[in-house]
Design a binder for this molecule. Structure first.
Ligand code: HEM
Length: 392
């Protein structure tokens, strides 16, 4: 039986080796609070769990499922705060999703594309001016999605140091409960004050639009504004780790730069192969459920490893190979079911614009350190690279 979710990787791109066990797509797993639950590594079972609302996402049912980062709310079995719909089941989360999905449609996100192109162009200019070497994470991968989500929500980008620090603590697997509580309180306090300011001075942004709609309380709006965390760390890590992957697979980078592969399909393959959400997709059985020939008992945690599911040989022909020309559709990098990623169209546009523009602007882009010197985020629930020194 695996003892808590493994994090150590043999190389920067493959999931921890203990997870690659296709003989057992469902196995027992010891959780940090001492209870024994389940780990799903197979694609079909991962989809089945994520699609089945008997596997609940309600925060109040959660046990301590990842490491020490859970906040007091989880320890005390408290429900998710208002607006934080990732920790709710239908019908509660449906109301929030209904209000938000209209803001995140493919059409609306496509309209943002010119602005994303502009932001990407400005960051490439700044990199060019600074000259090599630069850290691609702080110069490109983090600021682009951060700026985009700030503009979309209506959060002042100038405040980024504060919220980037808090969200980094919340996503760290090693943070103490006290540190995680403090970071959540600080972030919530910041966003609550922002919501109040927006009431006084509305602007053309998502939060102002939701305030104007009049359906949501201040607390609900604050919970929703936590989108800020989901909206920048995720895409930022795809951009950082994806660039690292392309730099160490020059044939794939060439195919992308020269237009030999379709940019949209390339992004899907990078999403599948890299699967940056390495922890956090965990559910609790709300009742006894049969799954894959096993009986999952009410109250047991079920951790779904998206990186492992996206490398399942039963589902993908050559799962371990990065091949931008392959058909990666059906991957689970954005999850599946009622909690499937709300921001996926936005993330796709950012990645489609950013990878291509980066590799075309700097055709000789290369690592400025040896690959084994790149610090990977095996200490964070969102995998990626802490920094990526590059030159050209
Ligand atoms: C490449 C970037 C991204 C990846 C890989 C990603 C991945 C995911 C995954 C796997 C889930 C499901 C979690 C679960 O079922 O437990 C999810 C949910 C979510 N994502 Fe993303 N995400 C990305 C970008 C974004 C962006 C840009 C936003 C915001 C604009 C966003 C907002 C959300 C929200 C709000 C949820 C919760 C949805 C719900 O519970 O109904 N994500 N994401």
């Amino acid at each position: 039986m695996a003892a808590v979710l493994p994090t150590r990787r043999d190389n920067p791109f493959d999931p921890p080796p203990e997870l690659a066990d296709e003989e057992r797509p469902l196995r027992r797993l010891a959780f940090p609070d001492g209870h024994t639950g389940w780990l799903v590594t197979g694609h079909a079972l991962a989809r089945a769990v994520l699609a089945d609302v008997r596997f609940s996402n309600r925060l109040e049912l959660r046990r301590q499922v990842v490491r020490r980062t859970e906040t007091d709310a989880i320890r005390a079995g408290r429900p998710a705060p208002p607006g934080m719909f990732i920790g709710m089941d239908p019908p509660h989360d449906t109301r929030y999703r209904r209000l938000l999905t209209g803001q995140f449609t493919v059409r609306r996100m496509n309209r943002l594309r010119p602005r994303v192109e502009q932001i990407v162009g400005e960051h490439l200019d700044a990199m060019e001016q600074a000259g090599p070497p630069v850290d691609l994470v702080s110069a490109f991968a983090l600021p682009i999605p951060s700026l985009v989500i700030c503009e979309l929500l209506g959060v002042p980008y100038a405040d980024r140091e504060r919220f980037q620090h808090d969200s980094a603590v919340l996503l760290s697997l090693g943070a103490t409960v006290e540190a995680a509580n403090a970071a959540l309180a600080s972030l919530t306090g910041y966003l609550a004050a922002l919501v109040e300011r927006k009431r006084e001075e509305p602007a053309d942004d998502l939060l102002s639009g939701l305030i104007e709609g009049g359906e949501l309380t201040g607390d609900e709006l604050t919970g929703i504004a936590l989108l800020l965390v989901a909206g920048h760390e995720t895409t930022a890590n795809m951009l950082g780790l994806g660039t690292f992957a392309l730099l160490t697979h020059p044939d794939q980078a060439d195919a992308l730069r020269s237009g030999r592969v379709d940019e949209d399909a390339a992004v899907e393959e990078l999403l599948r192969w890299l699967s940056v959400i390495q922890f956090g997709t965990t559910r609790t059985a709300a009742e006894d459920v049969e799954l894959g020939g096993e009986l999952i008992r009410a109250g047991e945690s079920v951790a779904i490893s998206l990186p492992a599911a996206n490398r399942d040989p039963e589902r993908f022909a050559a799962p371990g190979t990065l091949d931008l020309g392959t058909d990666a559709h059906g991957h689970l990098a954005f999850g599946h079911g009622v909690h499937q990623c709300l921001g996926q169209q936005l993330a796709r546009i950012e990645m489609r614009v950013a990878y291509g523009a980066l590799f075309r602007r700097f055709p000789t882009l290369r690592l400025a350190v040896r690959p084994e010197e790149v610090p990977v985020r095996d200490d964070m629930s969102i995998y990626g690279v802490h920094s990526l020194p590059v030159e050209w």
